[in-house]
Design a protein around this ligand. Structure first.
Ligand code: HEM
Length: 492
């Protein structure tokens, strides 16, 4: 009797729930792959669909790099999974990624997860399509023309210079990543939205923290209930919108009293463009565009600048080579006379440019891009069903590229080699590609070059914890925030 009771209890409490769970997982898998096209002869990519409804989203959020590496090792360069509420195919490797990036509007269309669309808004550049996308992009691109970039140089130099001066005073150390976010945020506010330094000061910290909260919850399950990721992301977004609205209103009022400015910021160009096309921008659309530009403009550059401090801190010989290049090109420093920075001089700093390229190769701040299949198509022998999400992976594509020997090593000079630029097309995609190529690419490159010039001319630095563990969230960042001691550099 006792054994019988024990067996029944075991059956009810362990075996039955396990069987039910396995049946639910199997049923879920069958339900999800029901949408495949029987007319297409190719099989679905390998992979698993995870748990009912949540798929493998939690594993991705909690384990990121480990999860992605494990999947790649198990299933190869194309595999199916279920993320952020959708059946998804992850794609990597130059040849596969080329087809996705060049297939925009034909095979696929950009489609960020529902949580990103809800938080950032459907009127943003990264969420609009067709002629609306083309017109909007053309307008924003004007803010990053060569002429416009030339005007930004003194503003960027002034902000970086004063930040680096401040870091050298700080004891016992500087947590580089949060400081970098504040620096890049100030630069983005001034250049992209045209705000004056004193307008930014009051709300800077609160806004950066709200951005952090928004970004942390950008990729969540699309469930808006108290304490869910989406709920917290929207709360932070509403705070940012309220602050931006105050500033836009003030800017419009001030703008009525002022003469034509020297250069137009990205937001102004968007407003002008909407007037020209007869589609006036609502305050909501302005807030969404401003939030998107601030997000794209500060988080990515802060992540890359932090990686630069890290890689250069670990490779002092690279710092020396940058200093040699600056000396050879006679670039002026804070305490040394020489040529003032301008676009022509920045373009001559080839080695410095390679240091940025190599940093973006190893630690691309945007790990990948989201698309949706517009029709069922074949990719490398696998079926990609209509309506499924497709994520092209930037970090995995860099990881598996054969054109980069000793790929674990930080070797900026690899980009000095002639021909690498062509052979690395689609093997090297930190800014994406095709019609969705990053709109802020040239701005980011100028900003990061000026950052390096100021940094190596003014200071030496030591990473207090040695090489950090990097974490991939919406962007890549050091888990310990990179505690670093900065001290003045005196050239001999
Ligand atoms: C190191 C810096 C940066 C990196 C690595 C980077 C990376 C990327 C990537 C990979 C994409 C393409 C995503 C896709 O294929 O869907 C993209 C798009 C975009 N980026 Fe950047 N970005 C950087 C800086 C910036 C800056 C400074 C801005 C703002 C001014 C910006 C604004 C945007 C916008 C608005 C898009 C959407 C473009 C479109 O849909 O046509 N990014 N970025």
């Amino acid at each position: 009797m006792g054994l019988y009771t024990l067996l029944v209890t075991l059956l009810c409490t362990v075996v039955l729930p396990v069987l039910l769970f396995l049946a639910a997982v199997k049923l879920w898998e069958v339900l999800v792959v029901r949408g495949t096209d029987p007319g297409c002869g190719s099989p679905l990519p390998p992979g698993t669909m995870g748990l009912p409804f949540i798929g493998e989203t939690l594993q991705l959020i909690l384990q990121r790099r480990k999860f992605l590496r494990m999947k790649r090792q198990k299933y190869g360069f194309i595999y199916k999974t279920h993320l952020f509420g959708n059946p998804t195919v992850r794609v990597m490797g130059a040849d596969n990624v080329r087809q996705i990036l060049l297939g925009e509007h034909k095979l696929v269309a950009v489609q960020w997860p529902a949580s990103v669309r809800t938080i950032l808004g459907s009127d943003t550049l990264s969420n609009v399509h067709g002629s609306q996308h083309r017109n909007k992009k053309k307008a924003v691109m004007k803010a990053f023309s060569r002429d416009a970039l030339e005007h930004y140089i003194p503003v960027i130099q002034e902000e970086v210079r004063s930040a680096v001066q401040d870091w050298m005073q700080r004891v016992p150390c500087v947590l580089v990543y949060p400081h970098m976010k504040r620096l890049m945020f100030r630069i983005a506010m001034r250049i992209l939205l045209g705000f004056e330094p004193d307008q930014i000061k009051t709300d800077e910290r609160a806004l950066v923290e709200a951005f952090e909260e928004m970004i942390k919850n950008l990729f969540s399950l699309p469930i808006d209930v108290p304490f869910s990721g989406l709920y917290r992301g929207l709360k932070a977004r509403n705070f940012i919108h309220a602050k931006i609205e105050e500033n836009i209103t003030k800017k419009i009022q001030d703008g009525d009293n002022e003469n034509e400015p020297k250069h137009k910021d990205a937001l102004q160009l968007l407003i002008e463009n909407s007037r020209k096309t007869g589609e006036p921008l609502s305050m909501q659309a302005m807030k969404e565009s401003a939030t998107e530009l601030l997000f794209g403009g500060h988080e990515t550059t802060a992540s890359t600048a932090t990686s630069l401090v890290m890689f250069l801190g670990l490779n002092p010989e690279v710092v020396q080579r940058i200093r040699d290049e600056l000396k050879e090109k006679d670039v002026s420093g804070m305490h040394s006379p020489g040529k003032a920075l301008n676009m022509e001089l920045l373009e001559q700093l080839k080695y410095t440019g390679c240091v940025i390229k190599e940093t973006l190769r190893i630690n691309p701040p945007v790990p990948g891009g989201f698309r949706v299949a517009l029709k069922t198509f074949e990719l490398n022998g696998y079926q990609i069903p209509k309506g499924w999400n497709v994520i092209y992976s930037i970090c995995d594509t860099h990881d598996v590229a054969d054109v980069f020997p000793n790929k674990e090593e930080f070797q900026p000079e690899r980009f000095m080699a002639k021909g690498l630029e062509d052979s690395s097309r689609f093997n090297y995609i930190p800014f994406g590609g095709g019609s969705r190529m990053c709109v802020g690419k040239e701005f980011a490159k100028v900003l990061l070059k000026i950052f390096l010039v100021e940094l190596v001319q003014q200071c030496n630095w030591t990473l207090l914890n040695g090489p950090p563990t990097m974490k991939t969230g919406p962007t890549v960042y050091p888990v310990d925030n990179l505690p670093t001691k900065f001290s003045p550099y005196v050239s001999n």
